[in-house]
Design a protein around this ligand. Sequence first.
Ligand SMILES: [Zn+2]
Ligand SMILES: [Zn+2]
Length: 264
Amino acid sequence: MPIMRSPAWTEDELLLAGALVVKNGWRELRTGNPEVLELSELLRSLPLHPSEALELPGFRSPDSVSRKTTDFATNHHLYTGKPTRCGKPTLLMIEAFTSREADMLQAAQALEDSIGSGELHLIPSQPGEVDDTGTSAIEGRLLVRRALARERDPKLRMQKIKQMRRRGRALQCEVCDFDFGRAYGPLGEGYIEVHHVTPLHVSGVRETKLDDLACLCANCHRMCHRNRPGESWRTPAALRELMRASSGQAALLPRSREFGPAEQ
Ligand SMILES: [Zn+2]
Ligand SMILES: [Zn+2]
């Protein structure tokens, strides 16, 4: 039987370990600390890794959790001693906790709450929760999984589309105004994708409301969800800003570069 290597820490796990260190004033926590023991047990219960991982010596053991808190503490910019060596995902998580402490603590709390409620163990993994490089949003795979499962709920989708119609609004992309019916005729009529707008750190265990959902075209939807290391998903409003900024730049390009050789 091939020997499995201990799986790398995912963003979810780093989020929980990071929150522990932040609440401890950016100081490491020792192996015997009750909070370390508790986190070790919690991490070993998450539906993230193949069950064989549990057989591996040291898999998310109190020792390994304590070592991770040392990585967080010693790689923080205020630490004056020698930093331990850690991977890029840990450094990105430190950066996220440093620049957006309240959001990240809230995300860790949302994750803990959904683990506690048993909800996360019931949601099957979703296509697109990590990209092909293994990256998820900085808030981690499990909150992403929950958001994706919610917005793919066909009942909720239907209700959202009905709500738009009731309000007399055209079924078009809230970011770029793309209208499937206008572009594709009868084939596109009534088609729109539904996106969960509430940022991952805010969406708790509460029920999804129709106003938590936005209607987007397939392109804008993909761009809201595109995973980039160390980043959160973009909200439709943020995506609109990005589009505005980049089309502003495009206007500055010389025509010859934008459209090929200039016409004579
Ligand atoms: Zn769009
Ligand atoms: Zn979405």
